[in-house]
Design a protein around this ligand. Structure first.
Ligand code: CA2
Length: 173
């Protein structure tokens, strides 16, 4: 007979509390695409008033609580984003990505995410499905394990939490 264990959330919290600090935490790449360096400077009605530094701080705090390490980056260049995805192989345990405008245009980024063979959570600060029609299609979603949209910058924290859960299920974390 198998006795029921604690609820998954309680297990995750217990895990983060009991994980020995000497173990290397799994690395999550948090990748941000073009123009996200402008967050907090324009269009607050769509993207809020937080800056990209605020997003990094939020991710660092969430990662600490979840027993993860993060490598947080932003680029305006499609090729650089693709190179960073490729470099995750053998180095990172998962990817959180806000591909920004490249979500809707980049088959090359989608191919790189499929090839890297890691869990990928795609994040959009705004709800792309309530916006212009050209934002409704994301090529990246076709390579993503999960997608979070419309929950503001809190979506990044949720994405890290989702990855922590997936890694725990895989027995990696
Ligand atoms: O909602 C999101 O997170 C987006 O990925 C943001 C992208 C947009 O192209 C996607 O459709 C949805 C835009 C990022 C640029 O963000 C700016 C923020 C402030 C001022 C100007 C651009």
């Amino acid at each position: 007979m198998t006795l029921p264990g604690p609820e998954p959330r309680a297990r995750r919290r217990a895990f983060a509390r009991t994980r020995p600090k000497t173990l290397t935490p799994p690395l999550i790449a948090v990748l941000n695409g073009p123009n996200l360096n402008l967050l907090g400077t324009r269009q607050p009605e769509i993207y809020g008033s937080a800056t990209l530094d605020d997003v990094e701080a939020l991710c660092a705090e969430a990662a600490e609580q979840l027993g993860l390490a993060i490598d947080f980056r932003q680029t305006n260049l499609e090729g650089e984003l693709i190179t960073w995805v490729q470099e995750c192989r053998g180095r990172a345990s998962g990817i959180v990505i806000n591909p920004a405008g490249y979500s809707h245009t980049s088959i090359a980024l989608m191919d790189a995410l499929k090839a890297v063979d890691l869990p990928v959570i795609e994040v959009h600060i705004s709800n792309i499905h309530r916006r212009e029609e050209f934002r409704h299609l994301s090529y990246v979603s076709k390579a993503a394990t999960g997608v979070i949209a419309g929950l503001g910058i809190g979506g990044y924290g949720l994405a890290l939490r989702a990855l922590a859960g997936l890694l725990e299920e895989e027995g990696e974390a």
